[in-house]
Unconditional design. Structure first.
Length: 620
């Protein structure tokens, strides 16, 4: 996630061989969906589902409980109100809700259509982060009449039992002023109606659509057309101004991947949230086969937002390798309402996150020291998680406690697992091959249409690489042993050392803030301590001070996230004004930004005899 998986199958077609011999037309099963974005009622839109011909007395209609890439039970059925079923004459058919996400429809043989209203998620989010009650914003939905509709289709469209593998055709009516950005192909030429057809349910929900005032840019990289669409509620950002960050990143990614990626079209949907209103608060992205949906605060400065786009979109785009092209049967035949999870999140999310960092040093976007620092940060973050919980066990049970509490480790230890495998392969092949070569071989072996058996993957990887890789997987991925990272760095001539990294003005280190919140007043308070950093000391800030404004902008609990993010963009010597309250009296502190640094555990290159091997590792 940073957070959909699977691949396209042909729609199942019901036919009779004798009928073919008699040249009778094939009967293609189809579900038709209609959504009218012109008719918004109480911040909800109506969905009409025209059913295929059903042959059972009863049928269950589902809205997903979870979707691939989110690794959480989100119960999208809770967004649905007033579901009704009708026969061809318009007479209502009895329905009964069996759980949060499912409805039993009686007399299904007579069923013609279902109607229901759908709420959105963005304007009800509390913003409590991972482990939240909120649906992760990039997997959620927005209904803002006449301005923006974020259609993650799993929020709006359901499926009948046993009918996920048939054709879906969705028609969306919308205002002429709004343009629907998606990787789906619109078969209707009008400016107010879009029609999309997919071969199965998965392909519909795998393609989000964002309707908003047209603000998009396109470019082509090695035969792949990329569409970048931005919704910025106040117009603070645009696709044109943010495009250079995305284009530079994706050109570097394509160069890094080479022939392993064969996408012909890729869409990036960027939704910028107005944090001053009831709006999305879960920031990050969710991957799909040919697109990614992204959500960030609109208040972020352009440079900081561009850097976030670079890191987050690069992670999501690498999902086109794994799990989108390399995945298990649990993912290929994903059950949206009773999911069985794969053991291999270390590969799906971990290796993806590793690639998102490795390609940047490989393509010259960051230096070797920065790459080492990032990996060191992941080691530090992983150390705060359960380091003896087998990764395969956690992955297979990630939807339930206590395993779901360890999910974030897929971006930390998961990435480090990928790094260590890469190092082993580089060392054993004298630098000629690495983990990207392994992924190319696995992609050729399986690919989007052919899933692997979960329990057979380690043996397959070992056969394609070295016994040492198999031993590593058995010991550190399915086993309980903590990984001795320093030993693997040493293979590449890199040793552990104390290093200085840029600090945040409001953080002592990666987990220790200088500020806290007064729960009664929502005010931001400087924690009393004798060890404030150079930024605070240079301005005369003291422990116990209440920060009320910075450069004229008021801050408290409601927008403290914005304050932290905006401070990341401050430069040494920038003028700054901070309004504070000290012992009940208002004061204004002025001065220049003094950059702070943090001393952390890190790594640096030290063994010159390993320079060639190290260069093969980082530069490919």
């Amino acid at each position: 996630m940073r957070k959909l998986i699977l691949s396209a199958l042909f729609a199942l077609t019901v036919f009779n061989f004798n009928a073919i011999a008699q040249k009778k037309p094939l009967i293609t099963e189809e579900v038709k969906v209609a959504i009218d974005l012109n008719q918004v009622k109480d911040d909800k839109v109506m969905v009409t589902i025209t059913a295929p011909k059903l042959t059972t007395n009863d049928i269950i209609f589902h809205i997903p409980k979870t979707v691939p890439g989110t690794y959480s039970y989100d119960n999208y059925g809770k967004l649905v109100d007033d579901l009704k079923a009708f026969d061809a004459a318009g007479k209502e058919i009895a329905t009964a809700k069996t759980d949060d996400n499912s409805w039993k429809i009686s007399n299904a043989k007579a069923l013609a259509k279902i109607t229901y209203w759908v709420n959105d998620t963005y304007d009800t989010e509390k913003g409590s982060g991972f482990g939240r009650e909120d649906i992760f914003s990039p997997a959620g939905s927005n209904i803002l009449e006449g301005q923006n509709f974020m259609l993650n289709n799993h929020c709006f469209v359901g499926y009948f039992d046993g009918k996920k593998e048939i054709k879906y055709t969705m028609t969306v009516k919308h205002p002429a002023t709004l343009f629907g950005t998606t990787s789906l192909v619109d078969a209707d030429a009008s400016a107010t109606v879009d029609q999309f057809s997919t071969t199965r349910y998965f392909d519909l929900v795998d393609n989000p659509i964002m309707y908003s005032k047209p603000d998009y840019e396109t470019f082509t990289v090695d035969g792949m057309q990329i569409l970048f669409s931005v919704y910025s509620p106040t117009g603070a950002h645009s696709a044109k101004t943010l495009l250079p960050y995305l284009e530079k990143t994706m050109r570097a990614q394509k160069a890094f991947l080479g022939s392993i990626n064969t996408n012909k079209r890729y869409t990036v949907l960027l939704y910028l949230s107005d944090m001053n209103k009831s709006d999305a608060k879960g920031f990050g992205a969710l991957e799909h086969h040919t697109s990614t949906s992204v959500c960030f605060p609109e208040s972020m400065p352009a440079d900081a937002l561009g850097e976030q786009i670079k890191d987050v979109v690069s992670h999501e785009f690498f999902h086109t390798v794994t799990p989108l092209s390399i995945h298990s049967k649990e993912i290929q035949y994903f059950d949206y309402n009773d999911p069985k999870m794969s053991k291999h999140l270390w590969m799906y999310e971990g290796c993806t996150e590793y690639f998102a960092n490795l390609f940047q040093v490989n393509q010259g976007l960051i230096g070797a020291e920065e790459f080492y620092n990032r990996m060191a940060g992941k080691i530090s973050n992983a150390s705060s998680m359960n380091d003896t919980m087998p990764f395969t066990e956690m992955s297979a049970n990630v939807l339930v406690p206590p395993y779901k509490d360890q999910y974030l480790n897929v971006y930390e230890k998961g990435a480090l697992i990928g790094m260590c495998i890469d190092i082993i392969i580089r060392e054993k092949s004298n630098g000629e091959r690495g983990i990207l070569d392994l992924m190319k071989k696995l992609s050729n072996e399986y690919g989007p249409m052919k899933p692997f058996n979960d329990d057979e993957l380690f043996a397959k990887i070992t056969s394609l690489t070295y016994p040492e890789v198999g031993a590593f997987l058995a010991t550190y991925v399915s086993g309980k042993e903590p990984i001795p990272y320093a030993d693997y760095f040493l293979k590449m001539g890199v040793i552990k050392a104390k290093i200085e990294v840029p600090g945040n003005p409001f953080l002592k280190d990666e987990s220790t803030p200088y500020i806290t919140i007064n729960p009664n007043t929502k005010e931001i308070v400087v924690i009393p301590t004798s060890e404030l950093n150079s930024f605070m000391n240079s301005l005369g800030i003291k422990g116990g001070d209440i920060i009320t404004k910075i450069n004229g902008k008021a801050y408290n609990l409601d927008n403290i996230y914005e304050m932290i993010m905006e401070s990341q963009n401050w430069k040494e010597g920038d003028s700054i004004t901070i309004d504070i309250k000290r012992a009940g009296e208002a004061q204004i502190l002025t001065g220049k930004v003094k950059a702070s640094v943090m001393e952390v555990d890190g790594y640096k290159m030290a063994d010159t005899t390993k320079e060639k091997l190290n260069a093969a590792w980082l530069k490919g």
